[in-house]
Design a protein around this ligand. Sequence first.
Ligand SMILES: C[S@@+](CC[C@H](N)C(=O)[O-])C[C@H]1O[C@@H](n2cnc3c(N)ncnc32)[C@H](O)[C@@H]1O
Length: 333
Amino acid sequence: MTSPREDLNRLISGFWMTQAIYVVVRLRIPDLLAAGPRTADELASESDSHPRSLYRLLRALSSNCVFHEDTDHRFSLTPLSECLRRDGPASMAGLAWMRGDWQYRAWGDLLHNVQTGETAFNHVFGEPLFDFLRHTPENAAIFDQGMVGVHSRETEAMLAAFDFSDIDVLADIGGGNGSVLAAVLTKNSTLKAILFDRADVIDRAKANLAQTGVADRVQFIAGDFFHSVPSGADAYFLRHIIHDWNDDQSRTILKNCRDAMPRNGRLLIAEFVLPDGPEPFHGKWFDLAMMTVTGGQERTDSEYRKLLDECGFAWRRVVPTATELSVIVALTR
Ligand SMILES: C[S@@+](CC[C@H](N)C(=O)[O-])C[C@H]1O[C@@H](n2cnc3c(N)ncnc32)[C@H](O)[C@@H]1O
């Protein structure tokens, strides 16, 4: 049994863990431990860090099972830190990096965001997130990996709950590095696809999909969804796109999709649909992440219905999945 004060103390100190995990990822400690147990001195010389400080960091993280410390003070990987290796298929290293780096700095400005309504990231960095990513390619690659780390469980759940098999050509709008599309194409062997994103992202997606065996069914198209999206698909899929933007921006993206779509074309929006009530729902925290980092928001079912109606779509149904992700299905009117 813990007391309210202890529970609160843990909540108040949450940033300790964010930064501790971020620093071991930056120093590549989980990758260095892949070869077997090491002392902090050995790890410090391989990661160019201060031995005693690194020891104290690893000792603290080991007390939360992020690493294991043996009686000779050698550290090894645990199931948690295995996921922080950069080379794993659904590595969480990119997520730990982006949360501890630019998102951490934006959240440090939450007070300003709440007092003024200005997106904290824009206030701190002087530009919106996706502009920042465009001219810092090292961060953009981390962001792509972060998306896979944070959302990969949702992909499996979506494929179990939603049937893509009656679609001929699927356009993945803002499809990032193509990891979601690769999973959809692997499960649906006759499906063809368009992957649409910004030019720098498309270059990374081509390299990523080259290793999957599905790239020959994908047409890669670079562009800006605030100007237009490509035609040529019967279904348009937007996962975690609309939540990045405010209502005006979302209407522009959705109207551009509608203009590109055939009559009775299908729009599939995969997002966390917020409950109207006060029940616990992790998407309520994603909503804050959107508020501080991109200026977007998570929405309730009725907010999505209104947005779709305003953009010329007829709402059809919401398909829940085993995670908090749902697929909203709408048709062009
Ligand atoms: C939150 S990520 C989602 C990525 C992917 N759909 C997923 O679920 O993992 C948003 C994506 O939108 C893309 N994006 C942002 N602005 C864009 C624009 N103006 N035109 C096209 N894509 C854009 C980003 O590059 C990024 O890949």
